[in-house]
Design a protein around this ligand. Structure first.
Ligand code: C2E
Ligand code: MG
Ligand code: MG
Length: 592
């Protein structure tokens, strides 16, 4: 750059032109060349041609001008790309309006895109007597690429490079919206593809092998789907496919078949042939909902159905036939949440000494007050909890809640006046949890003696695994905790249990009590059971006593304890508290 030209440019660039231009300390040419951005001085010829009159080295290299002496040059003679028009327009506009402007533009150089920002400023040149346009060019390519990179990571799965859940949802939303706007005769479908037994691959071959398997799984899926379909990885072993244009469900089913076929081929993992399969759930705007979130949920639900039906298959979500099952699915999710958030409550039903009408203990019964469905009976949710394994945390919670309550009463009336609480334990808990350890830990945590806690279990739960349960019960009894056989007289009643099993209490089921009439077979059987139990040293509790007649009969038979609506229905912990303190609503005042 010539010194005079540099002076012209530098006087425009600097906010304090005279100081820079006249400074003996700083050479204006050096300042311009040292700037980290390009600087150009444009002239607009009378015929409209935009001329590069002066430029620093940064700007010259951008325009691939090697020889500075070649200036001035018409911009169109050095650069013919389409963005040149944008640049020229900005120069001409700045000149005609005498107003500064800014332009963001992209210049492709050596097949790379450069993201540039230019500021244009009209400057009156005293020597030439015309306006020239001073333009700065800043290169933001590095920032732009970083930004793009961040965007890519935000929307793609790092392992497989496929779109992630966020991008999948966006695309689905877009597709559903476009479909609703147009009246074209097609819908869209969502496939949830879950790998069966992926955990086994991870455990047998290690996590890096598992990662390689997932990468190959992504390319297998890509091969099986149509080019317009969108594949995403939603989580660990779960992929999703969006079929944006679906005319008939049959075409989606054949895509699923292609996936199942491909999965039948063995996968070579470090020289080992690995066979696996996938379970696929499909929901479409034809068979399911039209809201994007609902589509994903329904496809996910169908995928779980495919797993339950034996894996390696496809299940299509059908609104009508799946509604009932889905409400159960919902209930399951909500029950899980209710346990986690401790939205359940224990109610307490008193167990009474029939001879003295004194309080002998309580049975803790779980209550779930659902925000929409109101009261959900334990008969309904305990079974669901057992089927889904939720019974394990629920059971632990019940022990905790019962001990919290005992501790509370202890503070109110002292330990001497405390009565025990019976906690129901289901067979599934014995199979899935270490009940003896849970009981031991909870007693220790609340610093309570074992005799204040009792457990109830049914005969049917014993039947599932008598040896194992017997072992657990021995450990529990060693803690001083008594064991009650619940619902005796229903199901498989076997007198064998009465002396074979490590237990202390028999609870006669209310169905049995309901059928009692003096002299009838049930009466005779119960009489005999009572005698047998007493001879074995077991305590007997009659359940479901609703009237005085029942009370009279069980008293005659020599049963010591009873529980039923005649005395009291299950009550809240604060009402139970009152009973512990001596307010017994069933006890009639003595007749004068
Ligand atoms: P269960 O252990 O046999 O409890 C007795 C059931 O009979 C309770 O029903 C109680 O409210 C009801 N009941 C008591 N007296 C009478 C009466 O005089 N008449 C009538 N008609 N019913 C009476 P609930 O509370 O509905 O519980 C049902 C079952 O759910 C329980 O039967 C128990 O097996 C199970 N359950 C409740 N809470 C839990 C728990 O926390 N864990 C487990 N594993 N099971 C539980
Ligand atoms: Mg019970
Ligand atoms: Mg019972």
């Amino acid at each position: 750059m010539s010194e005079s030209a540099a002076n012209v440019l530098s006087s425009h660039v600097s906010d304090r032109p005279n100081r820079v231009a006249n400074s003996r300390m700083v050479d204006a040419t050096q300042v311009l060349e040292a700037l980290p951005f390009g600087v150009i001085c444009f002239d607009v010829r009378e015929d409209g041609e935009v001329m590069i009159s002066e430029a620093n080295a940064q700007a010259l290299s951008l325009f691939d001008i090697i020889n500075q002496d070649a200036l001035p040059l018409a911009i169109s003679s050095v650069w013919r790309e389409k963005d040149v028009e944008k640049l020229c327009d900005s120069v001409r506009r700045t000149q005609s309006r005498r107003q500064a402007t800014t332009l963001e533009w992209i210049k492709t150089r050596d097949n790379h895109e450069h993201y540039l920002t230019s500021h244009f400023k009209p400057i009156f040149n005293d020597i030439l007597g015309t306006y020239q346009i001073l333009c700065t060019i800043e290169d933001h390519t590095a920032e732009k690429l970083a930004e793009k990179n961040i965007m890519h990571h935000a929307f793609h799965d790092a392992l497989t490079g496929q779109p992630n859940r966020v991008l999948f949802r966006n695309k689905l939303e877009e597709t559903v919206m476009n479909g609703q706007r147009s009246d074209q005769p097609f819908g869209c479908a969502v496939l949830i593809v879950n790998i069966d037994r992926f955990q086994q691959i991870n455990e047998s071959f290690g996590h890096s092998a598992g990662d390689r398997f997932l990468i190959s799984m992504a390319s297998t899926l890509r091969r099986c789907i149509d080019s317009g379909d969108i594949l995403a990885r939603l989580s660990g072993d779960e992929f999703a496919v969006l079929v944006p244009r679906m005319t008939a469900i049959e075409s989606v089913i054949s895509t699923c078949e292609r996936i199942h076929d491909a999965m039948r081929q063995p996968y070579d993992l470090d020289g080992n042939e690995v066979f696996t399969s996938v379970s696929i759930g499909v929901a479409s705007t034809i068979s399911s909902a039209t809201h994007p979130e609902d589509l994903i949920r329904d496809a996910d639900f169908a995928m779980h159905r495919a797993k339950l039906a034996g894996k390696a298959r496809t299940e299509i979500y059908q609104r009508e036939s799946h509604q009932e099952a889905r409400s159960q699915f919902h209930l399951e999710t909500e029950l899980r949440r209710a346990v986690e958030r401790e939205e359940l409550q224990l109610y307490y039903q008193p167990i009474i000494d029939v001879r003295t009408a004194e309080l002998h203990g309580f049975e803790a019964l779980t209550r779930w007050k659902h925000k929409d469905h109101g009261f959900v009976s334990p008969v309904e949710f305990i079974q669901l909890a057992e089927e889904t394994g939720i019974i394990v945390p629920l059971g632990r919670w019940a022990f905790e809640a019962a001990c919290t309550c005992l501790k509370h009463w202890e503070m109110e009336v002292g330990q001497d006046r405390l009565v025990p609480i019976n906690v129901n334990v289901s067979g599934v808990q014995f199979a899935r949890d270490d009940v003896a350890k849970v009981v031991e830990e909870v007693l220790e945590k609340y610093d309570l003696p074992g005799h204040l806690l009792r457990i109830e279990l049914t005969e049917s739960s014993i039947m599932a695994n008598p040896e194992r349960i017997s072992e657990t019960l021995k450990k529990i009894r060693a803690l001083g905790v008594k064991v009650a056989l619940d619902d005796f007289g229903t199901g498989y009643s076997s007198l064998n249990y009465l002396h074979q099993f490590p237990m202390d209490i028999i609870k006669i089921d209310r169905v049995f009590i309901n059928q009692l009439e003096r002299g009838n077979p049930q009466h005779k059987i119960l009489d005999m059971i009572g005698m047998l139990a007493r001879s074995l040293g077991h305590e007997v509790v009659a359940e479901g006593l609703e009237d005085m007649d029942h009370i009279d009969m069980v008293t005659e038979m020599g049963f010591a304890f009873a529980q039923g609506f005649y005395y009291s229905a299950p009550v809240s912990s604060s009402d139970a508290s009152e009973m512990v303190r001596g307010k017994l609503p069933w006890a009639k005042p003595p007749t004068p």
